[in-house]
Design a protein around this ligand. Structure first.
Ligand SMILES: NC(=O)C1=CN([C@@H]2O[C@H](COP(=O)(O)OP(=O)(O)OC[C@H]3O[C@@H](n4cnc5c(N)ncnc54)[C@H](O)[C@@H]3O)[C@@H](O)[C@H]2O)C=CC1
Ligand SMILES: CC(C)(CO)C(=O)C(=O)O
Length: 298
């Protein structure tokens, strides 16, 4: 397959690097990373090992490929979509956190697949990405149901050795992941603690409340996500990733803009559409936005 990976940062370089073992890959990113990849290739170390030579560019306009994989941070999605719209792709797949696929669908004329990734990645130096955890990519039709396009993409990912599941219930999976991120990422970022700290009862109550509100909004959107499932998902992820610093905490540590708008912000916006109140998500979003504003990040 010809694959463009739009957003060659941590996750994009890992996924793009793994895909490049089997497919024709073009990474769209920024210098000095792109320059180094062109010069001496891309090294993947950590839990996986590879040295590959994908094409790499800083200008993502007018590209053509079978598939574009979007791995920019959620707040860069609109700009990425407008750039991708100048090119020619059979399908687009998002592996981002937060609900970004709707934005891609609004701005692109091609089928947009929904995806989630639980691989861990960190771009440590130009040309070098560390795999910090082998997880799974789950992808499928945005509205659920069978999808021949998703099956083809799933086969291509598996051919490259990426653990991949093609699922016909992406609406539920996306909202469950959103509930997990709305609970864990926000609380860990604000309290500056690892995920495992949410085993503590008070912190867990807050994360559970955010997840329950997210599940209520999901149901208002027609997605079957019981409160109990959202709560259990938080507990499972806290246990499985106890030593993790969540991606939002890493952004706060690095004084970088967070993905709060695509996580808690989306929960608040969708709740308003349905006349629901989500006070926990509203409060968490306000605190994170206040932190960003005070640092000139928004
Ligand atoms: N890093 C990880 O382990 C995981 C990340 N994710 C999600 O994946 C998404 C990406 O996360 P990271 O890779 O950590 O972020 P990142 O910030 O490392 O990578 C994004 C990259 O996109 C590039 N970019 C943005 N707009 C661009 C443009 N117009 N042209 C060229 N390059 C552009 C940026 O320069 C940056 O290098 C987020 O939604 C995150 O939540 C999900 C699972 C795991
Ligand atoms: C699952 C979790 C919470 C793992 O840390 C995550 O998705 C993130 O950090 O963004």
């Amino acid at each position: 397959m010809d694959i463009v990976v739009f957003g060659a940062g941590s996750l994009g370089s890992l996924v793009g690097g793994l895909l490049a073992r089997t497919h024709e890959v073009t990474l769209v990113g920024r210098d000095p990373h792109v320059g180094r990849v062109r010069e001496s290739g891309l090294r993947v170390t950590g839990e996986l090992d590879a040295h590959v030579h994908p094409d790499a560019v800083t200008d993502g306009r007018n590209l053509a490929a079978d598939l574009a994989v979007v791995t920019v941070k959620s707040f860069d999605t609109a700009a990425a979509a407008d750039t991708l719209a100048t090119g020619d792709f059979d399908a687009v797949l998002s592996l981002q956190n937060g609900l970004t696929e709707e934005l891609l669908t609004d701005r692109l004329d091609v089928p947009v697949l929904a995806g989630t990734a639980t691989y861990g990645a960190r771009l440590t130096d130009p040309g070098h990405v560390v795999c910090t955890g082998v997880g799974e990519v789950v992808l499928g039709a945005l509205d659920g149901g069978p999808s021949p396009v998703a099956e083809r993409v799933g086969d291509a990912f598996r051919d490259a050795g990426i653990e991949t599941l093609v699922a016909d219930d992406m609406p539920r999976r996306r909202w469950e992941k959103l509930a997990v991120n709305a609970g864990i990422n926000t609380v860990t970022a604000l309290a500056r603690v690892e995920n495992g700290a949410l085993a503590d009862a008070d912190a867990a109550d807050l994360a559970h409340a955010a997840a329950r509100e997210t599940a209520r909004v999901a149901r208002a959107e027609g997605v079957r996500l019981p409160n109990r499932a959202a709560r259990d998902a938080i507990d499972t992820v806290v246990e499985q990733t106890a030593k993790n610093r969540s991606s939002m905490l890493q952004d706060v540590d690095a004084e970088k803009r967070t993905e709060v708008d695509a996580i808690s912000g989306v929960v608040v916006d969708r709740a308003e559409r349905h006349g629901l109140d989500v006070p926990t998500n509203r409060t968490l979003a306000s605190l994170l936005r206040a932190w960003e504003a005070a640092r000139g990040l928004r």
